[in-house]
Structures are given as structure tokens and as C-alpha cells.
Design a protein around this ligand. Structure first.
Ligand SMILES: [Zn+2]
Length: 170
């Protein structure tokens, strides 16, 4: 997956923002942290440069779905215990959740050590073979969905205008 991580982060942040409406948090901040989380696993590229590319960057722990699943669970736990309904726990949740989504999208579009660090450290797994279309379509679909959510009001506005002008013709 190359281009769809940020749009995917935007989609999940947009879908979750309503759940955190009552917290003192702006949509911009929430989405920004969500989108940062959606590319956070790729920060291992820094390692890759230090390592002189000896390992594929999916072999670092930032690309282990297990690591992100644990972080999501911890953030959910923090959310449950956060009786003050603060913003930090909400941001931690969307950040880690999008990190997990990143590793799952990478598993569909490429090879990921899905059971690392417990097993298959040398056998990355991909779900690409089970995906009915070329994974580029998935990327394209995610980008389209994000664009729709971003410009939803304008798009719906155009359609309603088209509808009212059609009524005028009738
Ligand atoms: Zn990645």
C-alpha cells in the first residue's frame, strides 16, 4: 500500500469523531493525530536507512499488527478509566487504531509478519491472493472514499442543486 494510508486515516478519524464529540477536542486535532497514526508504522524507514536496507522495512516491530493491537487495547483501557473525558486518551485511541489499520492494509497489499513476534519471523504473509481484485483498486477505492468524506457537503449540494433544477424543467 503506497498512497492510501493517509486517506484511510482520514476515513477512520472522520468515522470516529462523533464518538468523541463531548470531549474538548477539535475535529482538526483529532483527524491530524489520526492521520499521523495512519503513517506512523512507516517511520521505520528511518531504521531502514541506519540499517542500510539490510531488512525489508516490514520486518521492524512498527509493522507488527500485534504491537498495534496491544497499543489499541491499552488505549481502550485508558479510555475506559478516563472519567474526566480528556483529549489525550481520545487522541491515543485514534492514533493507535489507525496504526493497526495501516498494518492490516499492508497485509492486503503486501507482505507482513502477521504473527510476529511469536511465529513466522521469516515468513511474511499476504492476503493479496485472497483479494478478488488487484490491490491497486483497493487503494483507489480508499482514496475515493476519503475524497467523498472530505467534500461530502459540496457533493451533496451539487446533487441537490441538480435535483432542484430538474424539477424546474418538469
Ligand atoms: Zn507500511
Amino acid at each position: 500500500m503506497h498512497f492510501a494510508h493517509l486517506p484511510a486515516g482520514y476515513i477512520t478519524s472522520k468515522l470516529f469523531i462523533k464518538k468523541f464529540e463531548k470531549r474538548k477536542i477539535t475535529a482538526k486535532t483529532f483527524i491530524a493525530w489520526g492521520m499521523f497514526g495512519s503513517i506512523a508504522p512507516d517511520l521505520d524507514f528511518i531504521y531502514w536507512f541506519i540499517d542500510h536496507g539490510k531488512h525489508h522495512h516490514h520486518q521492524y516491530y512498527t509493522h507488527f499488527p500485534f504491537v498495534w493491537a496491544v497499543l489499541v487495547l491499552l488505549s481502550l483501557f485508558a479510555l475506559l478509566l478516563d472519567f474526566t473525558r480528556g483529549r489525550t486518551t481520545a487522541l491515543a485511541f485514534i492514533f493507535t487504531f489507525n496504526g493497526l489499520i495501516h498494518t492490516l492494509l499492508d497485509t492486503i497489499a503486501g507482505y507482513v509478519l502477521i504473527f510476529a513476534p511469536f511465529a513466522d519471523m521469516n515468513n511474511p504473509i499476504t492476503l493479496a491472493h485472497y483479494f478478488p481484485w488487484d490491490t491497486n483498486f483497493l487503494e483507489f477505492f480508499v482514496i475515493l472514499w476519503a475524497l467523498y468524506l472530505w467534500k461530502k457537503d459540496q457533493i451533496l449540494g451539487i446533487f441537490s442543486k441538480m435535483g432542484s433544477s430538474l424539477e424546474m424543467i418538469e
